[in-house]
Design a protein around this ligand. Structure first.
Ligand code: AMP
Length: 285
């Protein structure tokens, strides 16, 4: 039976009890407004852990001052129903004052290097907020395993780096991006889109798939692949490119020409109206 708790003490108690019963504890951190992509994370977590905690917390510290924190969708009732179906055991839905009792925390985690490029450059402070809240969640839940989405490619690299550097005892798993039938990566922010914008938003996946086709056909020049991405986005009247990068899949170092066998990822951030969407695709492994 799925329980929803708001206090840190209640989560700790439930997780301690599960561990005492010999259960492995899994964690899926989210900001709620759950869709099929999130639920796949819960299902994957369920396969490895007998006690699955889903955290639902719209974390203020990872939003910039002009971003969508206040209007971010909050749909707790539907989220609970989805989590129940996907096999979660506990939802941890704390308030901001539970997570940050003395205002925004002074202590923070900064994963240097990987946090500064791409999303980090466009959204200063974003990954500091993410890394800090995820470490707090790891400390509260003490999961054996935690699941993240490949949809937020740079985020999973930041988390993995943090876990390695700080010796956090958790196995980090990454689940492939779940897409709508027309290719659009599922995102809580897709609900901001008007019907016309929703149609235009497929330009991200179209650009990524074109890039992958070209790479599969033998292209190994970063500049040419970036050009394919840029030109595809520019053809869509409602879309405005923030960045289109072709990078080493492990370090996110931007690539020029690469040798066969290199793992390469393409990453996009695009505004459709006032909604900022991100997507990525591994082009070569
Ligand atoms: P969010 O609630 O947007 O912070 O996302 C919570 C977790 O769900 C993150 O690890 C995301 O990468 C993951 N996620 C979001 N959208 C998708 C998707 N379309 N497919 C797979 N995972 C996703």
């Amino acid at each position: 039976m799925l329980r929803v708790v708001e206090s840190i003490e209640a989560v700790r108690e439930a997780c301690d009890e599960a561990r005492k019963a010999g259960k492995r504890v899994g964690l899926v951190p989210t900001m709620g407004a759950l869709h099929e992509g999130h639920l796949q994370l819960v299902e994957a977590c369920r396969e490895e852990a007998e006690f699955v905690v889903v955290s639902i917390f719209v974390n203020p510290t990872q939003f910039g001052p002009s971003e969508d924190f206040t209007r971010y969708p909050r749909t707790l009732e539907a989220d609970v129903a989805g989590c129940e179906k996907a096999g979660a055991d506990l939802i941890f839905a704390p308030s901001a004052s539970t997570m940050y009792p003395r205002g925004f925390s002074a202590t923070h985690v900064e994963v240097a290097g990987i946090s500064d490029m791409l999303e980090g450059a466009s959204r200063p402070g974003h990954f500091r907020g993410v890394a800090t809240v995820v470490l707090k969640l790891f400390t509260i839940v003490q999961p054996d395993v935690a699941h993240f989405g490949a949809k937020d490619y740079q985020q999973q690299l930041v988390i993995r780096r943090m876990v390695e550097d700080l010796n956090v005892r958790v196995a980090v798993r990454v689940v492939p991006t779940v897409r709508e039938a027309d290719g659009l990566a599922m995102s809580s922010r897709n609900r901001y889109l008007s019907p016309e914008q929703r149609a235009a938003a497929t330009v991200l996946s179209r650009a990524l798939f074109s890039a992958r086709d070209a790479v599969h056909a033998g292209l190994r020049q970063g500049d040419r692949v970036r050009q394919i991405l840029r030109e595809t986005i520019e053809c869509e009247r409602l879309a405005n490119l923030d960045y289109a990068e072709v990078a080493d899949a492990d370090t996110l170092e931007p690539l020029g020409d690469w040798e066969p066998g290199r793992r390469v990822v393409a990453l996009l951030a695009v505004r459709v109206g006032s909604t900022r969407l991100i997507d990525n695709l591994v082009l070569a492994e």
